[in-house]
Design a protein around this ligand. Structure first.
Ligand SMILES: [Zn+2]
Length: 235
């Protein structure tokens, strides 16, 4: 069986060669016996995997107004700083399964207690940003988290009322002034009232966005807001 798996792996390498999503280095197919186990090795070479820096010191939630607890998977440096922009801004669809694995690894490593949450939400994009990007990266992360944790996801309840300049294009001070309490709204407060919410986003930079959204959720009656991002800038 192992020999047959090995032959199949070699055959696949010839007829359907694959390469690292970041540096294009050749990636050998996994043995057939391991095909069902989707892993980082299927998408990144060892060098690019080694440049994933796990977030050991997440932002203290005290620095994020209205956020009760904060968790993040990776530091926004090395490979993750190349993966997220390629996925988010350059419409590289092949990155979706990789992002799903990174979220799975993050949630598994953090061992998030399911009892701490009973509703998952995503930081919304404005309609203009959504039209430009075609998808909300935070919603994809929230959907992955919902599937992994077995908790309900509610989409479309949080809205971004006005289109603000993209946070990533602003410096630290401008980011804080770019958002106000009215920037985000909750359509039906009953949906979030007394709920323990896991709020998902892709990257935390200053925490201005997460803090503002968490404030809107608390204003609508949410019992608690825990934030989870795939990556954080600095700490
Ligand atoms: Zn690589």
């Amino acid at each position: 069986m192992n020999q047959r798996s090995s032959y199949l792996s070699v055959l696949l390498d010839i007829v359907a060669p694959r390469s690292c999503l970041l540096c294009s280095q050749f990636l050998s197919h996994p043995l057939a016996s391991a095909l069902e186990k989707e892993s980082l090795e299927n998408y990144l070479c060892s060098s690019c995997r080694n440049q994933l820096e796990i977030c050991e010191h997440p932002f203290a939630s005290g620095r994020l107004s209205q956020v009760d607890k904060f968790f993040s998977g990776y530091q926004y440096t090395g490979s993750i700083a190349r993966i997220i922009p390629a996925w988010k801004y350059h419409h590289r669809n092949e990155f979706f399964p990789l992002i799903k694995i990174l979220i799975y690894l993050t949630i598994s490593r953090l061992n998030l207690p399911e009892s701490d949450f009973n509703l998952i939400l995503a930081v919304p994009l404005s309609c203009k940003a959504l039209r430009k990007r075609d998808f909300n990266q935070a919603l994809f992360i929230a959907a992955c988290s919902s599937s992994i944790l077995g908790l309900p996801l509610v989409a479309g309840q949080l809205v971004k009322n006005i289109h603000t300049p993209q946070q990533a294009s602003l410096d630290r001070h401008a980011r804080a002034y770019n958002l106000t309490a009215d920037t985000f709204g909750v359509i039906d407060p009953e949906v979030v009232r007394d709920r323990k919410i896991l709020l998902c986003d892709d990257v935390l930079t200053t925490g201005a966005t997460l803090g503002t959204v968490a404030g809107s959720l608390k204003g609508a009656g949410a019992a608690s807001v825990t934030a989870l991002t795939l990556a954080q800038v600095g700490n």
